[in-house]
Design a protein around this ligand. Structure first.
Ligand code: NAD
Length: 352
């Protein structure tokens, strides 16, 4: 199969970790007879320095022409002084999500067996295997409602709004994902207080009834979900939730796994297109040292193969290779070792 991947390495450690993900993708292509065309473009502060815009038009066009986007990270202290609208995080990331119609954010939080000790939770709480997928709505809710402060400065409001259409499409993403996992969706809301949550619950139930009877569905209030994630994280399979609750719960879930350098993510829209990136930032404190952990980016590439290219066995191949590399003792500094970014990429690529 031939696929075009827009590659936006970005800033800080971005180029270092993305190079390792490309190395692993090349190993998969060679083994499985695929052709991946890497269309490398500038984004973030690097693009600003070269063109005066953190998301140049040719970068956006390349993303729109591609079958998927692989992103490193953008931003850093050098560009923190730019006006808000021009900053890498706002101009590049939010514009890409909006322009590419990416309304669903998927963040798997997996505790890898060899790294169990890295979890801040006790081994008996983490259990045998922890594998949670948070499906977060990305373009609605209170973050996108009207924000205002009164003229006298004594009150403020943020409007939280959801439409049935927005809830339906994110619900379908979660049910479809759960179908390929352990088949349980926990829909998280605050239906005892919020009208948007009551509409959320009603709509999720209808989508479930109409099309996903084979998947189990339960509802949970967000305060309880935050607690259960720490008490019995293994009870969760797929968590479906709105934008702000998902922002908070996905960070909580990710921390259970121990290292930010291990966690991939996917932002997807309709029709299989997606943008894949590690959940961490550009780590300016270690940029250029060749010590960053590339596994989150490599695992993001695996998500890309599975979700955008329907290459499930190739995605499995990468995940198995990561497991093997860890089992064999490969560790970057953040997970207690001292091998380089490139050596970690080599360990995974060789295992492919
Ligand atoms: N999606 C994105 O592009 C994205 C996301 C978050 C933050 N940012 C931006 O990144 C910059 C730095 O943000 P920050 O410092 O708050 O968060 P960060 O995630 O970049 O770093 C937090 C800490 O984790 C470490 N770390 C992160 N990734 C690592 C990896 N792969 N291997 C080893 N250690 C790793 C860093 O060294 C740092 O100590 C900021 O400009 C921020 O706005 C970008």
């Amino acid at each position: 199969m031939k696929k075009r991947i827009a590659v936006l390495a970005g800033d800080g450690i971005g180029p270092e970790i993305v190079a390792e993900a490309m190395k692993v993708l090349k190993a998969v292509a060679a083994k499985c007879g695929h052709e991946f065309i890497f269309d490398e473009r500038l984004a973030g502060g690097a693009a600003y320095d070269a063109t005066g815009d953190c998301l140049p038009q040719d970068t956006l066009s390349a993303c729109k022409k591609a079958d998927a986007v692989l992103l490193g990270a953008v931003g850093g202290p050098k560009w923190d002084g730019l006006p808000a609208q021009m900053r890498p995080e706002k101009r590049a990331l939010l514009t890409l999500r909006k322009e590419l119609g990416l309304f669903a954010n998927l963040r798997p939080a997996i505790v890898w067996e060899p790294l169990k000790k890295a979890s801040p939770l006790r081994g008996d709480i983490v259990g045998e295997r922890l594998d949670i997928l948070v499906v977060r709505e990305l373009t609605g809710g209170v973050y996108f409602g009207e924000h205002s402060i009164s003229a006298d400065g004594l009150s403020a409001k943020d409007v939280m709004a959801y439409s049935v259409r927005e809830i339906e499409r994110i619900s379908k993403v979660a049910f479809e994902a759960a179908r390929k996992r352990r088949g349980l969706v926990t829909s998280v809301d605050k239906a005892n207080v919020l009208a948007t949550s009551r509409l959320w619950r009603e709509t999720v139930e209808r989508v479930h009834r109409e099309s996903f009877g084979d998947v189990a569905l339960e509802h949970m209030y967000v305060d309880n979900a935050a607690m259960q994630l720490l008490r019995v994280p293994g009870r969760f399979d797929t968590i479906l939730t709105e934008n702000m609750f998902g922002d908070i719960l996905s960070d909580e879930a990710s921390q259970i796994t121990g290292s930010i350098g291990m966690l991939p993510s996917a932002s997807v829209g309709d029709g299989g297109f997606g943008m894949y990136e590690p959940i961490h930032g550009s780590a300016p404190d270690i940029a250029g040292e060749g010590i960053a952990n590339p596994l989150a980016t490599i695992l993001s590439a695996a998500m890309m193969l599975r979700m955008s290219f329907a290459m499930a066995s190739e995605a499995d191949m990468i995940e198995v290779a990561v497991g093997r590399a860890l089992k064999g003792g490969a560790r970057t500094a953040d997970i207690g070792g001292e091998i380089s970014t490139a050596a970690m990429g080599d360990a995974v690529a060789e295992s492919i």
